[in-house]
Design a protein around this ligand. Structure first.
Ligand SMILES: Cc1cc2nc3c(=O)[nH]c(=O)nc-3n(C[C@H](O)[C@H](O)[C@H](O)COP(=O)(O)OP(=O)(O)OC[C@H]3O[C@@H](n4cnc5c(N)ncnc54)[C@H](O)[C@@H]3O)c2cc1C
Length: 380
């Protein structure tokens, strides 16, 4: 019998968990290191597009991850008065689900546990080397057939192999929070309200909570204050005042930046998730891109099934998958520019421009490609 191939993965976020489960499912012996003392997810809700749903099905995590999720029929873009500027519809072959992040995270952890992934908390990696070495903060050096950096947008491991080409900290911040649900809240329509560069995104999410995302330019101090300045947001979005009244005092804001790598692979090392292609979350597709990339890597590794060939497989994987990640990244920027950075002097034209653009196949295909990509290895 062939000896099990081994993988060391740094970072138990969504990308690291999917990578770990996908490898373990194919018989790899996987150790997943998380530097935090406990596995915890923050972030309210998350858009899980068709591509991600297929990955969850492949991993056997679909039922648990989506058990309380809302099934979305439409993503609407509106102005601050509620006037609809653009709309994208979903159906049974092109789905969008909105689970709580914790449900998705817990489902992936449960799959990793079932598949005997060795999960180590308080286990920080500091570097990796192309020969398949993961260097831990403790000084320990761990060897494996494959080493994966899934350590997030500020990845130390990416830096350790000199792969960081761009780390853009962005000019926008995003605040995420959950609000209590009321019977009158829409349950299957996401609405993204815009007022100038300010954004209030309402997401039905689970049977008791809804998820709100607030986006604002960095320099808008009132918009970026925590606790959230409810008067400010209600004044900017009178149409959503009922949601704003339910904002809790806390919440959390993140700077919306991006990452570009010179290379995702080097010898036996690979970089996935935000560490490889962090991007502004305008389209809700970056975790989906990571999921598809992880499945693509595993499909290619299975095809080769030769530990000596791993560096070539990783190089092939990068060539195959980078165009999709680049596309999602570029379209996320385009969307952000068209909507958030539209020149103030031309604001009166934004609605008509968006209405026109959203009616074109070009824009719909561009915006949804990462969400509807079919993960390699997927069979119905
Ligand atoms: C506001 C916002 C909304 C978003 N909405 C969506 C959405 O709707 N849909 C979507 O697909 N994506 C969305 N995203 C993106 C998505 O959240 C990320 O792509 C995804 O969570 C990234 O996962 P990751 O595992 O790559 O990184 P992280 O989630 O950052 O995980 C990295 C993990 O590695 C650990 N770690 C870090 N350094 C080390 C180390 N040296 N050693 C060991 N462990 C380490 C960290 O503690 C962490 O647990 C959104 C992002 C933001 C900011």
């Amino acid at each position: 019998m062939m000896k099990a191939r081994t993988a060391e993965i740094a970072g138990a976020g969504l990308a690291g968990l999917v990578m770990a489960a996908a490898l373990a499912q194919k018989g790899w012996r996987v150790v997943l290191h998380e530097r935090s003392p406990e596995l915890r997810m923050f972030g309210a809700g998350i858009w899980v597009w068709e591509s991600g749903l297929k990955v969850l099905e492949m991993l056997g995590a679909f039922e648990q991850a989506t058990r309380r999720a809302r099934i979305i029929q439409e993503w609407r873009v509106a102005d601050e008065t509620g006037d609809v500027l653009a709309s994208i519809e979903f159906d049974s072959g092109a789905r969008l689900y909105l689970p709580l992040r914790e449900d998705l995270y817990d489902a992936l952890i449960a799959r990793c546990v079932d598949l005997r992934v060795e999960l180590r908390t308080s286990s920080e990696a500091v570097a990796m080397r192309p020969d398949g070495t993961l260097v831990m903060a403790s000084g320990e050096e761990r060897k494996a057939d494959l080493v994966v950096a899934a350590d997030g947008v500020n990845s130390k491991l990416r830096d350790s192999v000199g792969a960081t080409r761009l780390r853009d900290y962005g000019l926008e911040v995003g605040i995420r929070l959950l609000i209590d649900q009321r019977p009158s809240d829409p349950t299957d329509v996401v609405t993204e309200y815009w007022n100038g560069p300010l954004r209030l995104l309402y997401n039905p999410c689970s049977d008791t909570k809804n998820y709100i995302f607030l986006g604002a330019p960095l320099e808008d101090e009132r918009a970026n204050t925590l606790p959230i300045d409810r008067d400010y947001w209600a004044e900017k979005f009178p149409v959503a005042a009922d949601y704003v009244a339910r904002f809790e005092v806390d919440g959390r804001w993140d700077r919306i930046g991006a990452v570009r790598c010179s290379s995702w692979s080097n010898g036996r090392t690979a970089i996935i998730g935000d560490a490889a292609h962090g991007l502004p979350p305008n389209l809700g597709q970056q975790a989906m891109t990571a999921f598809v990339n992880a499945m693509a890597m595993v499909a290619l590794l299975e095809e080769s099934n030769n530990p000596d060939d791993i560096p070539n497989v990783l190089a092939r994987w990068e060539r195959q998958q980078k165009p999709l990640a680049n596309h999602v990244q570029e379209w996320s920027y385009i969307y952000g520019i068209v909507v958030a950075h539209w020149p103030a002097s031309l604001m009166s034209l934004r609605g008509d421009a968006l209405r026109f653009l959203s009616s074109t196949k070009w824009l719909r295909e561009g915006i949804t490609r990462g969400g509807f990509a079919v993960p390699p290895g997927y069979r119905k």
